[in-house]
Design a protein around this ligand. Sequence first.
Ligand SMILES: *[C@@H]1O[C@H](CO)[C@@H](O)[C@H](O)[C@H]1NC(C)=O
Ligand SMILES: *[C@@H]1O[C@H](CO)[C@@H](O)[C@H](O)[C@H]1NC(C)=O
Length: 159
Amino acid sequence: MHYNILFAVAVIFCSHSVNAIEFKNCGSYFLFDNIQIEGCDDDATSCQLTIGSNTSISFTINTGKPYDEFNIDAALLNDVSLNVRGTKFNLNVTPDDPCEVLLCPLSTNYSATYSAEVYIDTIFQPLNAELQWILETADAGEKLLCFLCQITLVNAKSV
Ligand SMILES: *[C@@H]1O[C@H](CO)[C@@H](O)[C@H](O)[C@H]1NC(C)=O
Ligand SMILES: *[C@@H]1O[C@H](CO)[C@@H](O)[C@H](O)[C@H]1NC(C)=O
């Protein structure tokens, strides 16, 4: 009886820690938090993005520390891509210009939520891939934010 209870607790604990979506930081200068991918539960293994559709992705950016090292007055770019077995495919993001959502030039200790639609073109097949989001300065390619997460491309459900 005791063993069964312990076993059940262990299974719940392990499945929770295994399934949590992992967002990897790939060299962000600024802090980021609270990444949300539309339709993706906290306990999913991999977020599903539907082929031929837009998916809303949002995150909170916090500039925190000062940034004397680079030109913050420069224009900003989003570089959003899928890595499919080592090949990079760029994705369309709307709005594409981060300064349409964020207050540019970014000031110290500025915090805001960036929210955009990412379109998965119909050239893609259902597969597992890695989504990479980079927010960078246009002139020097300074990575202000970079995160990665596992996603799964799925066909639209037929109605
Ligand atoms: C995806 O979003 C963009 C920008 O809002 C829009 O122009 C496009 O029609 C949308 N595509 C689909 C399939 O909903
Ligand atoms: C930014 O926030 C930190 C922590 O609250 C504070 O120590 C610092 O003075 C702030 N800097 C500016 C320029 O507001």
